[in-house]
Design a protein around this ligand. Sequence first.
Ligand code: GLN
Length: 545
Amino acid sequence: MAKTKFIFVTGGVMSGIGKGVATSSIGRILQSKGYSVTAIKIDPYINVDAGTMTPTEHGEVFVTDDGLETDQDLGNYERFLDTNILSGNYMTTGRVYLSVINRERNLEYGGKNVEVVPDIPLEVILRIKKVAKTTKADFVMIEIGGTVGEYQNVLFLEAARMLRMEKPQDVIVFLVSYLPVPNKIGEMKTKPTQYAARSLNSVGIQPDFILCRSEEPIDDVRKSKIALFCSVPKDHVIASPDVDFIYEIPVNYDNEKLAEKILSSFKLKKKKNDLTKWKSEVERIRKIDREIRIGVVGKYFNSGSFVLADSYISVIESVKQAAWSNGFKPKIEWISSEEFEQDPKSINRLKEMDGVIIPGGFGSRGIEGKIKAVEFLRKNKIPLLGICYGMQIICIEFARNVCGLKGAHTTEIDKEAKYPVIDIMPEQKKNLREKNYGATMRLGAYPAEIKTGTIAYEAYKAKSISERHRHRWEVNPEYIEILEKNGLVFSAKSPNGKLMEIVEIKQKDHPFLVGTQFHPEFGTRFMKPQPIFNAFMKAVVKGKK
Ligand code: GLN
C-alpha cells in the first residue's frame, strides 16, 4: 500500500474502559484483512517516560526491546499484533516538550518565535510520520491517553486535527466511549457519549466511528440516537460489550464487520480474511474448565480500598497464555508479602497454590516477606518463578539458608550487608551518586547464553536468547562460586559470562525453582506463550493438587 493511513483513537466519558485493548483489537482485525499495522501510545503526563512513576500510580512499566520504559498499552499492542513496538511509538507531553525545547536551544528554529501551537502539535505529527516511515506499516494507530475534554490532551487532539487537515483522505478518528446503565434507572444512557462527541467537535474533530463500551451490547434504538446526535453514520456506531477475556474483542469487532467499514472509509479492499485461527483459539480457551491456582507475591496492589492488578499486567497475561496453552484456566491470587512479615503463620497459605510467581520490584517494603516465601516454596517443593527482584531474592534466600551466609542481602536494601550477594552493577554506581535516575537502568533487550542440560535450556531449546531487562543490581560475581558449590545453577549468563541471567535448582531437588534477571513477561504474545512461563506452567500442571 503506497500511502500510510492513520487511525486516531480517543476516549470519552471516563478512563479505564479499555481504549488500549480496543486499539489493539482494531489493529488485529485490520491485520487479518492483509494489512500491516503498528500502534503509538500518547500519554499526557509531563514525565518523560513511565520509568519514574510508581506502578500503583500508573500501572506496569512496559519495556520495549530498544529499552524505553513505557505504558502497559504497548504490551497489549505487542500481544495482539504479534510485533515488536519500539520506543518511537511512545510519547508523553514531557518527551515532546523536551525535544522542542532542545531543538530551540540548538537554534534549529532559526530564531523564530517557538509557540505551544503549532510547534508542539507539529512535533507530535513529526513523530507519528517518523513511525510511519520507519515501520512502513499500512496503518498507524495512534491512541491518545486520557479522555476528551481534559486540558491535558488538547495539544494531541490538535495534532490529530492538523494531520487530518493535511491528509483528509488518510486520517480517521475513533471515539471509544462508555454507556452506563445506572442501577436505579435500568436503562442505557447515551447522553455522556453525546457530550464526549461534542467535546471532540469543540476542538475541531468529528469522530468517524464511535465504539460503545458497555456491560451489555448497545441496542438498535440507542445506536440510532448516537448516530443522529453525534453525526456519525449508524453503521459506524459499534457495539463493544464487556467480554470474559480480552482476546474475544477482535472476534466481536470482526462480527460487526468493523475492518471492512474502516477499509471502505479509506476506499480500500480486504486482501484476505484470516481470523480463523484466532477465533478457534478463543473458542478452545472458552471451553477450558480445569483450573490451576497461581499466587503472585508482590506489593504493588493497593489503591485506596481497591486491588489493582494493573501493575503486573504482562505477568498476568503471560500466566494466562501459558496456562491456556497447557489446557488450564489460571486463578490468580494476589498475596501481599508484607502479610508474611506481620503474621508468620499466614505463609501456609502458599501451600494451597499450584505455583507461585515473585515478580519484579524495588525497595525494602515487603522484602523479608518475599525471602520467607522463597524459603517456604523451596522447602515445600512448590513451583516458583522469580522475576528480576524475584530472582535476586531467590539468591539471597539460598545464600542465607543453604550456604549459611546469615546476613546475606542486596545492597539495594542494606548497604553494609555482611554478605552482599546482590550488588549494584559497577556502571550504575555513578547514576545513583549523581541522582541520575531517569532511563538509566540496564534497559531493554540483551542477549544471554544458555547452558545445555538445564531447565532453562529445556524451556528455550536454544543456546542463545534475547530478553528485556530493567534493573540496576546483579548477582555479585564474588558469590557465584559459593552459591554454585551449594547447588544453585546459573543456567544462563551474558555472553561475556559476567552477568547471571537465569538461576535454577536442579530438577531432581525441586520441581521448578527458577529465577530470571530479565523480564520474560514482555515476551508473551497471544497464542505464543513465553518459554520460561511455559516451562513453569508445565511444572505447575504436573504437580497440580
Ligand atoms: N530492584 C532490583 C534492581 O534494580 C530489581 C528490579 C526489578 O525487579 N525490575 O536490580
